[in-house]
Design a protein around this ligand. Structure first.
Ligand code: GUN
Length: 279
């Protein structure tokens, strides 16, 4: 039997429709406010930032989009972050990554007020995540957990393998899976035998940015496979890190690219912004 496809678009829509209703029911003028900051013209970032702004409009959020030139200095960006921190209409601040090389990502992320850090990238929020304390969870990792839970499969006690150790996805999703009581292995570019780990994995999350790195023959029969890859190839199409055709024959559940993790990231950003507003 081929894998069941996890419809991220549908699950994301359920979340955003719920938020839209909550905003429509608000009394007075107060509404969730999100500021999205982009520095430079990276095409993927332009597209991500625009879709975040569009989603804010759709849900009735107050939205601010700041598009700064590539030459913007670190000092100027830090000044903007400080202004947004002080702006009572703004409940969430997202600085789109990657930043130009002359700007310290670490300094900028740490300058965002932890309570407005709807990306969950501030060291305080990441520390709370590791300590399994109440925190703002990063959008993509949070969306991944929701997708896994949508299958009805119990995470506790399962073997979970995360392929990729980025600060944005791999490490935080591993922490979330651990908080859900999975037995978690993180594989990366120096892992000697990736297949031996994957063959034990009931849950697989792949976030490395290499098209079709994982093929069906590397997976355990029936595994839940979450593909975070968004690789734009010469055919102009988006391809995941998992070879869909072969994985579909082995996995129990599989996310498509596009239409899997991507829509969940934006939905969770909207959810985090609403929660920052409501708290
Ligand atoms: N770049 C790629 N993914 C993300 C994300 O989730 N948040 C931010 N701020 N930048 C990104």
């Amino acid at each position: 039997m081929p894998a069941q496809i996890i419809d991220g678009k549908k699950i994301a829509k359920q979340i955003t429709e719920g938020l839209k209703k909550k905003v429509a029911a608000l009394q007075g003028d107060a509404r969730p406010g999100l500021a999205v900051v982009r520095v430079g013209d990276d095409p993927a970032s332009v597209s991500y930032v625009n879709s975040k702004e569009k989603k804010c409009k759709e849900l009735g959020y107050y939205s601010v989009k700041k598009e700064l030139p590539e030459e913007t200095s670190e000092k100027e960006l830090l000044k903007l972050v400080a202004e947004l921190n002080a702006d009572p209409r703004i409940h969430g601040i997202l600085v789109q990554l990657p930043l130009p090389k002359h700007i310290s990502e670490q300094k900028v992320l740490a300058a965002i007020s932890p309570e407005k850090d709807v990306d969950g990238f501030h060291p305080m929020n990441l520390g709370r995540l590791l300590r399994h304390e109440k925190t703002i969870e990063s959008c993509t990792p949070k969306g991944i957990i929701k997708l896994i839970k949508s299958t009805g499969i119990e995470i506790a006690g399962k073997n979970a393998v995360v392929v990729g150790r980025s600060n944005i996805v791999g490490k935080p999703v591993a922490a979330l899976l651990l908080n859900e009581n999975a037995t978690v292995t993180i594989c990366h570019s120096k892992t000697t035998d990736l297949t031996s780990h994957l063959k034990q994995a009931d849950i697989v999350v792949v976030a490395v940015g290499q098209a079709s790195l994982i093929t069906g023959d590397m997976l355990k029969k029936g595994a839940v496979v979450i593909d975070v890859g968004t690789n734009r190839l010469e055919d102009g199409k988006l391809h995941g890190d998992v070879d869909f055709e072969s994985a579909e024959k082995v996995a129990g559940f599989l996310t498509p690219v596009p239409g899997g993790v991507g829509p969940m990231t934006i939905a969770c950003l909207m959810e985090n912004t609403y929660e920052a507003f409501a708290s």
